[in-house]
Design a protein around this ligand. Structure first.
Ligand code: ATP
Ligand code: MG
Length: 227
């Protein structure tokens, strides 16, 4: 049995066409069913639904053989990994080029970010992505006090909790609706396929074709999208 870890929402939705290209159809809609384990048209392949940030943990410890997780999640996960090699237990993240967005620094539209940085005063930054944010500001020599949040980052500058946020942005409409503007691009983000190395050895015959189908599917433009 091959177990694939996915999170509900955009990772699941964007993974479906890749799975389909691999000849795998999931048998249930996770938005309608309460099941956490979903069968597929391939009797030897099942999908487990986990929190987005739990995907690396499942794959690392063998609760799933492979999984799809955002680069944001992988980078934050490896930061909390006590092993020296960071993403130990995760084999070769393959860029699936789905769930694409960017990590950005955003502030209130009336906040003068450039002069705040220039003055060298400590910037209060609220984010869910403390590791990525710490690295980013350290590389720019900007002193920050990081405030860890788990959601609704946009609220932080509006309430005076923070001067800036580091968050994922795709269209920018959420920022705009909250009178925030992007002032720095931190990195581009997309989802990656991660594989448990032990599973790759033990189940190589079963896993290789699935991984290769993912690789072929990425190389092709998404169905329905004109090239
Ligand atoms: P949870 O809901 O468990 O707290 P989450 O909010 O990170 O986790 P999702 O919102 O489903 O979960 O996001 C899953 C992944 O999709 C993220 O890790 C990121 O890589 C990507 N993603 C998040 N926000 C966006 C966005 N606005 N546009 C495109 N991709 C995004
Ligand atoms: Mg979410």
């Amino acid at each position: 049995m091959i177990t694939l870890a996915l999170s509900k929402g955009r990772i699941f939705d964007d993974s479906l066409p890749l799975l389909r290209a691999a000849g795998i159809e999931v048998l249930e809609d996770p938005e309608k069913s309460r099941k956490l384990i979903i069968g597929t048209t391939r009797p030897d392949v099942r999908v487990v639904l986990v929190r987005a940030s739990d995907v690396p943990t499942y794959v690392q410890h063998g609760g799933a053989d492979l999984g799809v997780a955002g680069l944001d999640v992988l980078l934050e996960h490896s930061a909390g990994d006590s092993s020296d090699s960071g993403n130990a237990g995760l084999y070769r993240p393959l860029d699936l080029q789905i769930a694409r967005c960017r990590m950005s620094v955003a502030v209130r539209e009336d906040f003068d970010y450039a002069s705040a940085v220039q003055q060298g005063s400590r910037l209060r930054v609220a984010t869910k992505y403390t590791h990525i944010a710490r690295q980013h500001f350290a590389s720019k020599g900007v002193h920050v006090d990081l405030i860890k949040l788990y959601g609704s980052m946009e609220l932080a500058p509006l309430t005076g909790l923070a001067d800036a946020i580091v968050d994922l942005v795709s269209t920018g409409s959420t920022l705009k609706a909250n009178h925030l503007v992007e002032v720095e691009h931190v990195m581009d983000i997309s989802a990656r396929l991660v594989v448990n190395p032990a599973a790759l050895k033990l189940k190589r015959l079963a896993l290789r074709p699935v991984i290769e189908a993912f690789e072929r599917a990425i190389a092709q433009p998404a169905a329905g999208v004109p090239a």
